[in-house]
Design a protein around this ligand. Structure first.
Ligand SMILES: *[C@@H]1O[C@H](CO)[C@@H](O)[C@H](O)[C@H]1NC(C)=O
Ligand SMILES: *[C@@H]1O[C@H](CO)[C@@H](O)[C@H](O)[C@H]1NC(C)=O
Ligand SMILES: *[C@@H]1O[C@H](CO)[C@@H](O)[C@H](O)[C@H]1NC(C)=O
Length: 284
């Protein structure tokens, strides 16, 4: 192991423990949630990657829609469990999964993502297709609404916005997890639909970085995290290819380059708790 990598690993584990300390109170508050997550951790490593079905199911096309569906939730969704008295959306899931984590994972996600990677993608795709149809078609009920506001307001195909929130958050846990485990089907898919904000184009999409679209669509931007995030800050951070004065590494004087570490993020529960490990280095 070379020295640079060793340093990265040390930083990564320091980050893990720092976040775990930070989340200590959170863990006790979600003790009830511990069992579903522990159970998922017991089988998540052996979910079949059924490549035969993926070929016949045209999974790349499905992923393009799934990418848009989940990235809308990531960039402009908000926590439906929390009451918004001021009417201001100031907490998206751009840099972290919702806190506290879900107490229950959506049943359909759980059942299908346990069966196989294809089944997992398909169950999200079916919801994504209905959702995209409802936001892309002119809305007779609210003709004055532009597409950004209709994207936020609809809960199609679910009964409530709360169930929609639960479904999409559950889906993002699994899809981000499989992406970080480098399941091959997530390597490349068409990112155009995920870029619904022009200023959020980042180097991973632009240079067709393997797994870049999937990370951009499904995972929080751990490296761009900051207590208060504005779209401007995000635009700058994403364009900076991981070099940014506000990222975890810069703020802790570990060099300016920050990346998520695929194989050091194998714990599903810790992923949902936002204990995502990163590496830091000085140069590209
Ligand atoms: C969002 O606004 C609420 C109410 O004003 C505040 O309590 C909360 O800390 C804010 N969250 C962020 C991430 O700024
Ligand atoms: C679309 O609606 C959103 C939310 O109501 C608003 O913030 C935004 O400025 C609108 N965009 C346009 C182009 O009208
Ligand atoms: C990050 O690393 C820490 C320390 O090795 C580990 O406990 C934690 O589970 C890791 N996080 C994820 C999401 O796997």
């Amino acid at each position: 192991m070379n020295q640079a990598l060793l340093f990265a690993l040390l930083v990564a584990s320091a980050r893990g423990s720092a976040i775990q300390r930070h989340n200590a109170d959170l863990s006790s508050r979600v003790r009830r949630a511990a069992s579903p997550y522990d159970e998922i951790d017991s089988w998540i490593g052996s979910v079949p990657d059924d490549t035969e079905k993926q070929r016949s199911g045209d999974v790349q096309k499905m992923l393009a829609d799934v990418g848009k569906y989940i990235s809308v939730h990531k960039w402009i969704g908000f926590d439906r469990r929390k009451e918004r008295t001021d009417g201001i959306i100031n907490e998206t899931f751009a840099s972290s999964f919702p806190t506290p984590p879900l107490v229950e994972i959506h049943k359909e996600i759980l059942a299908n993502c346990r069966k196989s990677i294809f089944e997992c993608i398909q169950v999200v795709y079916l919801a994504a297709a209905e959702y995209l149809e409802s936001v892309d078609s002119p809305n007779p009920r609210h003709p004055e609404k532009n597409s950004t506001s209709s994207m936020i307001e609809t809960h199609d195909p679910f009964k409530s916005v709360l169930e929609d929130f639960n479904f999409r958050t559950s889906a993002s846990y699994f899809l981000c997890y499989f992406t970080l485990q480098r399941v091959p089907v997530f390597r490349h898919f068409d990112c155009k639909k995920s870029r619904f904000r022009e200023d959020f184009i980042d180097y991973r999409a632009e240079y067709n970085v393997p797994y870049g679209c999937a990370e951009l669509s499904f995972c929080p931007e751990t490296c761009c995290s900051k207590p208060s995030v504005s779209p401007d800050v995000f635009g700058t951070c994403l364009r900076s290819k991981g070099h940014d004065s506000e990222n975890f590494c810069s703020r802790n004087n570990r060099g300016s380059m920050c990346r998520t570490v695929p194989f050091l993020n194998e714990n599903f529960k810790d992923l949902a708790l936002n204990a995502i490990n990163v590496t830091c280095s000085g140069h590209d």
